[in-house]
Design a protein around this ligand. Structure first.
Ligand SMILES: Nc1ncnc2c1ncn2[C@@H]1O[C@H](COP(=O)(O)OP(=O)(O)O)[C@@H](O)[C@H]1O
Ligand SMILES: [Mg+2]
Length: 360
């Protein structure tokens, strides 16, 4: 009977190419713990995010490729993920255990920034990632409400804050520093130290993704954040009515100025799916977000339909990806979360791709 060797298994697995990193999974070092016991082969494939959209597909492919080798009687493929640390994360130690920081931003308020941030965080957590959400929107800190944790106070441990947890996501809101309904207006230097304290004084523990719900616009907080922490990238949320506006372009340019990569653009409240007929209505026309993304050469991360269940979920503190996971809105939000995880992986793997001589 044919002898199964490590080499023949790896050779077979080289046929699996990561669609984003454009390298085979052996060259990328994704294949771990390869064990061969007679005809029984087992190994792990360690991806860069648990939210990988092609996870199942890769597993099947690996199973089939190795299974087809002469002498192989059984194949055991375990899919795993280790989220790589984003570039620059090691140098700035404000948040030591956090691997990637993603800012969710928008040109103006009311476009669904918090909705996207909250649902994205919960979706990633449900995929098995360790996720934190920092509500940094001083002007409208409503992410805790959307997670059903509006009244939760973080626990103080020593001189640090322990975040609350809701729907599997660690949560801290800048709103807790000043409870009440009055709008918070701070001047630049105060904001700067507030943001720094916030990031540094929270016991986040180990996180794969820290999602930051940013205040809308292009003011001091955005700049402070970009200066203080190595934000891996920014997700820009727009609505179809807004895509043509100067605010969005200004936001894009601001991140460019502070060297924060734009992970992509999300178009929220894009279209309406009639719940009774399932018919799709493009109330505001079609393709604005995509066009904007094309124009700025950044990824388009997805379009989220408008729907009552999104607002109701937000008001009830049960994000739509939890409360109504089968709705078109939840599906679209999960897709956005996967796309963001994917872009973060691409950004994080860039230096290695350069080393491999394959910069994108
Ligand atoms: N796709 C959607 N469909 C229906 N309502 C939405 C949708 N996205 C957001 N909303 C609602 O619109 C309002 C503003 O959204 P929010 O996420 O708070 O915006 P922002 O954080 O940008 O100010 C909220 O009441 C929210 O529930
Ligand atoms: Mg908000």
């Amino acid at each position: 009977m044919a002898q199964v060797t490590e080499q023949s298994v790896l050779e077979a697995l080289r046929k699996i190419v990561d669609p984003d990193l454009h390298k085979d999974i052996v060259a990328l070092g994704f294949v771990k713990d390869l064990q061969i016991d007679g005809g029984a082969v087992s190994f792990r494939i360690v991806l860069t995010t648990p939210a990988c959209p092609v996870k199942e597909q890769m597993q099947t492919q690996a199973q089939e490729l190795v299974g087809a080798l002469p002498g192989v009687s059984s194949v055991n493929v375990k899919m795993d993920a280790e989220v790589p640390k984003g570039r620059g994360i090691t140098e700035k130690v404000v948040v030591p255990g956090v691997r990637n920081i993603v800012a969710v931003s928008s040109g103006k308020g009311g476009v669904g920034k918090s909705t996207v941030a909250v649902n994205m965080a919960v979706a990633l957590a449900r995929d098995g990632a360790r996720v934190g959400l920092m509500d940094a929107d001083l002007y409208g800190p409503n992410a805790p409400l959307m997670l059903g944790a509006a009244d939760a106070q973080p626990i103080v441990s020593g001189n640090k804050l322990v975040p609350n947890e809701a729907h599997g996501v660690k949560l801290i809101s800048i709103g807790i520093l000043k409870p009440g309904d009055e709008p918070m207006i701070f001047r630049g230097p105060i904001l700067h130290s507030l943001v720094r304290q916030f990031l540094g004084d929270v016991l986040w523990g180990e996180l794969d993704y820290l999602i930051v719900d940013m205040p809308p616009g292009t003011g001091d907080v955005q700049l402070s954040l970009a200066q203080l922490v190595p934000v891996q990238g920014a997700v820009l949320v727009t609505t179809p009515q807004e895509v043509a506006l100067a605010d969005v372009r200004r936001a894009l340019r601001m991140f460019e100025t502070v060297h924060v990569p734009i992970l992509g653009i999300v178009e929220n409240m894009s279209y309406f799916v009639a719940p009774d007929t399932g018919r799709r209505y493009n109330i505001f026309g079609e393709g604005g977000g995509q066009k904007l993304a094309d124009e700025y050469h950044v990824p388009f991360l997805g379009a989220i339909p408008i729907g009552l269940e999104v607002r109701e979920g937000g008001d009830r503190g049960v994000p739509v990806v939890v409360g109504q996971p089968d709705s078109p809105q939840a599906e679209a939000l999960r897709h956005v979360a996967e796309e963001v995880a994917r872009q973060v992986s691409i950004e994080a793997m860039k230096p290695e791709l350069v080393v491999l001589g394959k910069a994108r």
